[in-house]
Design a protein around this ligand. Sequence first.
Ligand code: PMP
Length: 362
Amino acid sequence: MNRIYNFSAGPSMLPLPVLEKAASELVCYGNSGMSVMEMSHRSPDYEAIIKDAEIDLRKLMNIPDNYKVLFLQGGASTQFAAVPLNLLPVGGKADYIVSGQFSSKAYQEAQKYGDVVIAATSKGDNFTFVPKTTKESFRKDASYVHICFNNTIYGTKFPYIPDTGDIPLVADMSSCIISEPVDVSKFAVIYAGAQKNMAPAGLTVVIVREDLLGRSRPETPTMLDWKTMADNDSMYNTPPCYTIYIAKLVYEWILSLGGLDEMKKINSDKADLLYNYIDSQNYYIAPVKPESRSMMNITFVTGDAELDKKFASEASKAGFKNLKGHRSVGGMRASIYNAMPREGVALLVEFMKDFAKNNPKA
Ligand code: PMP
């Protein structure tokens, strides 16, 4: 069977060499006589897998030694609550930059726990850009500032790292993690659901500066307390074993390509292919302001809802799946994460040209 080009925003494509390696080890991993799916998480074989996953992620992202790496469950959405539970003292303050739907959800969740405000938002402009901030945008006594670094639905990405002074900066990087290098030391906490760039769904990675551990509120569920997980090397309970194993294969794959510098080159080349075409003609319009464009999620519209619908349906028949925009914004969205081959984007551009020629606007 032929594999198609899957432009889904997540769960999304995994690198073919990773799937092939996983298939070759599916029934029997090494000399273990069993599948990784069947292994005790306390077995030496599995302990080596989770340790190697952490070593590889540290290498890839150049994570400083004073940060813990946690492999958790519950999706990025669970971290919307875990962040205030771990960082916001009773009666404390937190500031949120609301640049899309997920930062909006994170903000709403945090409101349950204290004095939580929106420091900046682009909501009034339909989230077509990432708001600019300065140190003065934030309350001096805020316990943390929260951002969503790449807005999956709107196709925007922070073109800068907010300067929050001494206030810890927390970033949801679900849809851009390990797509390019980031300076981890500029962030207090980074978290990400795995199902876009790292692994199948079921794993959430949290990278947290050690000095922030041990501050959780008394009511914090044990499972949401980062310190519990850090003290137990993510093995307080059964971790999402198989998903972590796939993440390890994905990290190895990126390291074999040359790491995140090389991944960025590949990703920006793919994104340029699509944006350059969109900018060169008038049929398709990219609603996002150029300085805020995401390299991972690329949104575009024809300006005619019926044509947009036809586009997504014909594209799907031609083997370009899941190009329909998120239900809250309409239009089209091409999610081109690490695993999307360049060829998939190049062929999509050819399809777009043909569609425009065959479907003139009224
Ligand atoms: N944050 C971002 C940026 C996302 O794209 C998503 C999922 N699409 C989420 C959070 C929610 O993640 P999960 O489904 O893992 O809870």
